[in-house]
Design a protein. Structure first.
Length: 541
């Protein structure tokens, strides 16, 4: 017991036997000692639910992994301006413009066909190679000018206007500025001020600093796009090193968007991959399946930019998942290269930013709907009330202008046919609870499966859910109405069980007020009005 006014006791600690004498602080005295190394029972840690993963086409940038970004400017620095006809750049910019703060990006290419531009200095035996695959570096000029004492000045000029100059470099300096281990975009490997962002070098053991001026032009760069397939964009069992498969091991990602997974005709742009609607649909199905396995949300768009609602509803009928949400129509944004015209872009990137903004502002329990879409000037298709009703009933989330309130996302439904998982916030909230409890409970593996462990697990899980309920994340007038936790009794488990500790959690998520009815009763002068009121219905059946 703690007497009034006394501080509560510290948390129970975990003891570690060290083999030293308990009465002595000397580490060379034989015996047994106990070191207290930290709390035995850990509290749940809040996990982020706002981080997005993007896969798409870019002009340059790494192709062998995902890159973590925290701004649109950082995306432009790493992946460059968006090539005409691609949508990754617009999606990432839309994500940050609408409230996103962190995302991971994968540049999709056919890695068998993507090559970096390169050139070799025959005089010195030094190979210069572009920092990433693609035709962006073709024509890049490298000049080496001797400056005395086995040193050179190096000038690198790219066709896009970027220029670098390095003075007085010996072989060690060349390795430091241009070596394969140098990466201006990777944390801990230098910075843009200390290593080249344009080229890398491979220096042989017999290489030497050239004694006369050398002029090189990089050639041979290939984008690896003409042979790219939708399966490589999403990644499957045969393309594990491609596309969305590179996002699989990044735990903080909770939503995935692939803006370039759209139908294209080879005649539209021979430099871009040609995707048929059927192939795109198969790839989307793989993406949705992967998101189900990883507990993520796939944010989808119809693969045809100007698709009418009937085509959207037919395409949507092929998917049944609580881990996917479909948005329509496509958006029109200002072309960053020519502000006088607009571009049609898929809505997935802007929606991912709205989901992130909603999660950070309130939490995943809030439906990411009735939210303004920033950076959009118009829609590809006009949506009237009849179309909106049909789309909403089918689980398609509509984006449309609201008089006086701008263009807004007016839907938060999944593609599930089950009423329990109809709403995106419900699915994301339950997933977040699963992630939080699983992260906390990881330490319980191989702990003694006695009643004391069960009691402590129940106590901490209840505290986690109680905090969520008090923050508005669960519905219920009391905690008992909002959630329930049951841990399997140690006596019932028996001595011959399979080593399982089962925790059953029941929660009451908040259901969106999709349909709000305001009744107005106009009465004669002097008469009482008795018919005013409101209605709320979160399930239209």
């Amino acid at each position: 017991m703690t007497a009034p006014g006394e501080a509560p006791p510290p948390p129970l600690l975990r003891g570690r036997m060290t083999g030293r004498a308990p009465a002595s602080a000397a580490r060379d005295v034989p015996g047994v000692a106990v070191e207290w190394v930290g709390p035995l029972f850990r509290e749940p840690v809040a996990l982020r639910s706002d981080v997005a993963g993007f896969v798409g086409l870019a002009g340059r940038g790494p192709t062998d992994g995902a890159r973590r970004l925290e701004s649109a400017a950082e995306f432009d620095q790493v992946y460059g301006p968006a090539p005409a006809g691609t949508f990754l750049g617009a999606a990432v910019h839309g994500f940050f413009a609408n409230g996103g703060t962190v995302c991971w990006v994968v540049r999709a290419v056919d890695r068998a066909g993507a090559l970096p531009a390169s050139a070799t200095s025959r005089a010195g035996g030094v190979l210069f190679e572009a920092t990433s695959e693609g035709s962006w570096a073709n024509g890049t000029k490298v000049a080496l000018d001797p400056s005395g004492r086995d040193r050179v000045a190096v000038t690198v000029e790219a066709l896009d206007g970027r220029r670098e100059f390095w003075r007085d470099l010996d072989l060690a300096g060349l390795r430091a500025r241009f070596g394969a281990d140098s990466d201006a975009d990777s944390p801990g490997r230098g910075s843009a001020d200390s290593v080249s962002a344009l080229v890398r070098t491979t220096i042989s053991g017999t290489a030497r600093v050239p004694s006369s001026p050398v002029r090189l032009v990089l050639t041979g760069g290939a984008d690896g796009l003409t042979t790219l397939t939708p399966a490589q964009v999403t990644g499957d069992e045969t393309t594990t090193g491609h596309g969305a498969a590179l996002l699989a091991d990044i735990d903080e990602i909770t939503q995935v968007a692939i803006p370039d997974l759209v139908a294209r005709d080879a005649a539209d742009d021979p430099a871009l991959p040609a995707f048929g609607v059927e192939d795109v649909t198969d790839a989307v199905a793989r993406l949705v399946g992967d998101c189900e396995a990883l507990g993520r949300t796939a944010l989808l768009q119809h693969p045809v930019p100007d698709a009418l609602l009937d085509a959207v509803l037919t395409w949507r009928a092929g998917f049944r998942s609580a881990f996917a949400a479909l948005y329509w129509p496509w958006l029109r944004v200002v072309d960053p290269t020519r502000p006088s015209r607009t571009l049609t872009v898929p809505p997935c990137g802007h929606v991912a930013g709205i989901v992130a903004r909603s999660d950070r502002g309130a939490g995943p329990h809030k439906p990411p709907a009735n939210e303004a879409v920033t950076g959009v000037v118009a829609l590809r298709r006009r949506v009237d009330d009849r179309d909106h009703s049909r789309a909403n009933t089918a689980g398609v989330n509509v984006i449309r202008p609201v008089p006086g309130r701008g263009i807004r996302v007016l839907g938060a439904r999944t593609l599930s046919d089950e009423s329990s998982w109809r709403y995106l916030n419900v699915r994301r909230l339950v997933t977040q609870i699963e992630r939080g409890v699983a992260a906390y409970a990881a330490w319980t593996v191989f702990e003694p499966a006695d009643q004391a462990l069960r009691n402590d697990v129940e106590r901490v899980v209840r505290r986690f859910l109680d905090d969520l309920w008090r923050a508005g994340g669960l519905e219920g007038r009391t905690a008992e109405d909002a959630y329930d936790v049951t841990v399997e009794d140690a006596g019932r488990a028996g001595a011959g069980d399979d080593g399982r500790l089962v925790v059953e959690i029941a929660v009451q998520p908040p259901w969106p007020a999709e349909f709000v009815v305001v009744r107005i009763d106009v009465s004669a002068p002097g008469a009482r009005s008795g018919g005013a009121g409101g209605g709320r219905d979160g399930d239209d059946g």
